[in-house]
Design a binder for this molecule. Structure first.
Ligand code: CP
Length: 310
């Protein structure tokens, strides 16, 4: 694989191959020495032009667990403040010889541009409201490990879908793997045109709660204008928040997922976030194994993760 930019067009076979590999890396990460030599001699550059906790740290841990070296760029402490452009920043990092770049940027398409400028494999760690493909993969891994299969699962994605790259990546991946997806949001937090989206739509969480296997909650993306399109937080919570009372009406086997960061008391109550149906911590943990699988798939020349690449 030359990079990992989007789940749009990813085949079920390729997604399942990556998930199988991630399952192997979950086992590696539980060993006393949670490391394999697969990417020894390779260097992964992390270019995060937007803030991140989970994605950035799990790519770092994933690269190191594969014995790769890492180079880190953080926008806030970089020469961007002196006016350096995205292209010059990218070419500067490229001149230091990384083998792959992980890119997060607020602009849609930035990871594709980085790939064109450098000729390197690029992993999209989130571009604007467009795609966050490794988030979708870690969500799929978490759901598959919990339920055994994604085929036939009923997934509700609830919240600020309009501004969410996670929603876009997850709709593509979960439907490709055989799940059905319903989007639950006020009209103002849905994309203006859903033509071609393989989904149904509901406008209140109570309409779908008892027929769903996964309630996937999204925060309001204030940084992209999501907070300006409904009257008040209290009204939003009254129709879309997963409160303890609502969680009690879910099927006993249903689970709650969230990509983080969570806004407790808005889209999810603290009791639900920390409760027995929450898979949020498993999602974070599985992010490392999924990112190991993606980096290995992009960079390794051996098919065996236990072997050093020649
Ligand atoms: N889910 C996610 O992308 O989290 P971060 O912004 O902390 O990386």
């Amino acid at each position: 694989m030359t990079g990992f930019l989007t789940t749009d067009g990813l085949s079920a076979d390729k997604a399942n191959q990556l998930l199988d590999l991630a399952d192997r890396f979950v086992e590696v990460l539980h060993r006393p020495l949670p490391k394999v030599p697969a990417l020894r001699g390779k260097t992964v550059a992390m270019l995060f032009f937007e803030d991140s906790t989970r994605t950035r740290m799990s790519f770092e841990k994933a690269a190191k667990a594969l014995s790769a070296d890492t180079m880190n760029f953080a926008a806030g402490s970089s020469s961007l403040s002196k006016g350096e452009s995205l292209k010059d920043t990218t070419l500067t990092v490229n001149a230091m010889g990384p083998h792959l770049m992980v890119v997060r940027h607020r602009s849609v398409g930035a990871p594709w541009r980085v790939s064109e400028w450098t000729g390197l494999p690029v992993v999209n760690a989130g571009d604007g409201a467009h795609q966050h493909p490794t988030q979708a993969m870690l969500d799929a891994l978490t759901a598959r490990r919990h339920f055994g299969s994604i085929d036939g699962l009923r997934v509700a994605i609830v919240g600020d879908i309009r501004h969410s790259r996670v929603a876009r990546s997850n709709v593509h991946l979960f439907t490709t793997l055989g799940a059905s997806v319903v989007l639950v949001a006020p009209r103002t937090l849905l994309p203006p045109d859903l033509t071609g989206w393989p989904v149904t739509v509901a406008h209140g969480i109570d309409d779908v709660l008892d027929e769903i296997d996964i309630v996937y909650l999204l925060r309001i993306q204030h940084e992209r204008g999501g907070g300006e399109v409904f009257p008040s937080v209290a009204e939003y919570v009254s129709r879309f928040g997963l409160t303890r009372a609502r969680a009690g009406r879910m099927s006993p086997d249903a689970v709650v997922m969230h990509p983080g960061p969570m806004n407790r008391g808005v889209e999810i109550s603290p009791e639900v976030a920390d409760g027995p149906s929450s898979l949020v911590e498993q999602q974070v943990a599985n992010g490392v194994a999924v990112r190991m699988a993606v980096l290995f798939d992009c960079l390794a020349s051996s098919s065996d993760p236990e072997e050093e690449s020649p």
